[in-house]
Structure formats: structure tokens, C-alpha cells
Design a protein around this ligand. Sequence first.
Ligand code: DO4
Ligand code: MG
Length: 280
Amino acid sequence: MKLYKTSKGFVIETEGQYYLSKHTDWDQFINRENLFFEIQREVQGLASDFEYINLVKNFVEAPIKGQEVWASGVTYLRSKKARMEESKDSGGGDFYDRVYDADRPEIFFKATAGRVVGPGEKIRIRRDSKWNVPEPEMTLFINSKGQISGYTVGNDVSSRDIEGENPLYLPQAKSYDKSAALGPCIYVTDEPLSPETNIKLEIFRNGKGVFSQTTQLNQMKRTFNDLVKYLYAECTFENGSFLMTGTGIIPEDSFTLQVGDLVEITIDQIGKLSNTVETK
Ligand code: DO4
Ligand code: MG
């Protein structure tokens, strides 16, 4: 089932039917133990209506309110190789090599809710950066008890020249206004995701495709539970949190995002997150 946050209410999609939840607080709506069963129970008392599709089409927002967004790094071989290459001149490459094999994963703070954009909204590239990429990432919604309750699509927009210049610049390369996109929904399931789940990144410039690649969850080196264990070890999250799980796709080194580019990320079961690039 899918949960959509819209400016007109919270829409539940399940088995091809659409329902409008009676909940009015997103944080309370999503941060419940056993969310799958809670939603199943809730829809039994609601009437479905196809009109609610229009709310999803026209009024959908990023599925976040009182949560922080965190992110994991170097969880795919492709990411390790790209970071080592971009930071070789600064002598930082070895850090990425070591973290890929270490027990402790790289986890960093990505964004407050106010820095996150939703479907159809503009993502930004930094004005002081010349080399920027989208990072398509399976993103977990973890409740305040540390349980993974749902999944969404995430874009960890990143400045490669800034992080490559010095690994200590990572927070500036990663965290700035509109550097994160989430959506279109929170996908809630009572089953584990298939390792064959596809994560696809497409980039369009002036209506023409300039990049397209797909990876699968089975390419990820770490487990979701391992990442959650480290994130929740010494942090509490009153309303739960979002955790991006790292990118397995990075365009070739000659590629950089431009203003006006359309970035589309599609993950099986969850849906498509589309955003265009702006800077100002
Ligand atoms: O350490 C750099 C960032 C890595 C990252 O964001 C990723 O692998 O997705
Ligand atoms: Mg990333």
C-alpha cells in the first residue's frame, strides 16, 4: 500500500483503491508501530473514491514533516570507485576505500524537512559548484522505535567537486537548500523488498534523454538493518526518520547537471520521483 501526503489530506492507495485518511497530523499518521496493519485496519472504516487520485496527481507533497533526513555513503562499489577517483588529487581516496570495507558505515546528516522538495518541485545545484549529480537512492522510513515501516524514492543531490576537494567538505557538498528530494509516497509492505528491485535514473535535457541507467538492490554491500542499527545507536527520532541508503549509479565523470535538466528516479513498487534543476 502507498501513503501520499497531499496538501488536501493523506491518501491511502491499496489494491487499486484510493481512500482519504481521517488523520490530520502526518507525523502521527506515519509514526505508528506495525504501520501496515494499522493502515489495513483504518481503510476498513473508510469509503474508497477514485476522486482521491486527483489529490495525488495535483497536490502531492514530499512525504515528510517532523523528520530529519540522513544518508548512507559508499554502500555500492560504483560509489566507492567514483569517490576514490574524484578525491585522488586531494589524497582523500583512501578514506572511501576503507569505509567500504569497514564494519561502521558512512552515515551523514542530509537535510531538515525544510530543505527537502517533493515530486514536481525544483531541486538545486550550488552556485559555488561546477560538478553536480543526482544520486538515486532507496530511502527508508524508520519509525521512532527503530523499525523500518516504509520506503520512498530519494535523490541525494551532490556536488562532486566540493566533496572531491577535501572529504571534510562533505556537509557542504551534500546539505544545502533543496539538495534532497523525496516521494512520491511511502510504500508500506509486510514483506521484505525483493533483492531484484530496480532503481532507475534518467536525466533529460531539452526534452532529450542524456543519461539512463538502472541498478538493483542486490548490488548494495550493506543491509538496511545494519544501517539503521548505526543510525539509531545514539540518536533518538521522536517522529521517526528518513535514511537514504546510498547510490549505485553515478554518471560518467564528464557529466554535470545543468539548470533545466529533468531528473527522474523510478524504484519498483514505489513509483517515480521527478524534479527539474534550478539554481539561484
Ligand atoms: O562519501 C560520500 C558520499 C557518498 C554517497 O552519498 C553515496 O554513496 O550515495
Ligand atoms: Mg548518496
